[in-house]
Write a protein that binds this ligand. Structure first.
Ligand SMILES: Nc1ncnc2c1ncn2[C@@H]1O[C@H](COP(=O)(O)OP(=O)(O)OP(=O)(O)O)[C@@H](O)[C@H]1O
Length: 155
């Protein structure tokens, strides 16, 4: 079994007893762990930017099996800290919902933090609400209500 396959099943605990990363939060993540070098490969050296959020830039990438992913890399100047980043990761590890983007994995070492998500080809909900989705139309109130109701229901 090669390293990357082994890592897919790895559970990493950030905590004083087993972090190895200098991070002292005790958040638990149960997704695939990526090295920064792997992310470089996946994103073809962070070539294509999909967008920018509070943590930093989000890059387009492809896993070994061809799955398209979005890689959110936390920049040092980010106005949201390590803790918030790991909280987002932890929530998405635990909650699986058809209306919520799935997290595939994460990268955390002394220098870099990144989250890897399934790629959302249709754009964000915010874009569709603002009429900036790929179809250029605004969501109707009926559609907005349905999305809100479905999001509040169990998966
Ligand atoms: N899974 C994804 N698939 C495709 N594009 C994405 C994905 N995640 C993020 N993006 C793109 O990157 C942009 C920034 O996303 P991000 O989640 O970092 O920010 P945000 O939700 O706008 O803000 P914040 O991080 O402050 O909550 C999005 O607006 C979108 O264009």
């Amino acid at each position: 079994m090669n390293n990357s396959v082994k890592r897919q099943n790895e559970t990493m605990r950030y905590g004083p007893t087993n972090n190895g990363s200098g991070h002292n939060s005790s958040l638990r993540l149960e997704n695939r762990w990526f090295t920064y070098n792997e992310l470089e490969k996946i994103t073809n050296k962070f070539q294509r930017v999909l967008g920018q959020g509070g943590f930093g830039k989000v890059y387009d990438g492809f896993l070994e099996d061809g799955t398209e992913v979005a890689v959110k890399v936390r920049t040092e100047s980010s106005n949201q800290g390590d803790k918030e980043f790991l909280v987002e990761a932890q929530i998405l590890t635990r909650i699986h919902h058809k209306n919520l983007v799935s997290m595939i994995g994460y990268c955390k070492d002394e220098k870099y933090m990144a989250l890897v998500y399934e790629y959302m080809s249709e754009g964000t909900l915010q874009e569709h609400i603002a009429g900036k989705g790929n179809d250029g139309r605004y969501l109707t109130w009926k559609e907005r209500l349905r999305i809100a109701l479905e999001s509040a229901q169990e998966a």
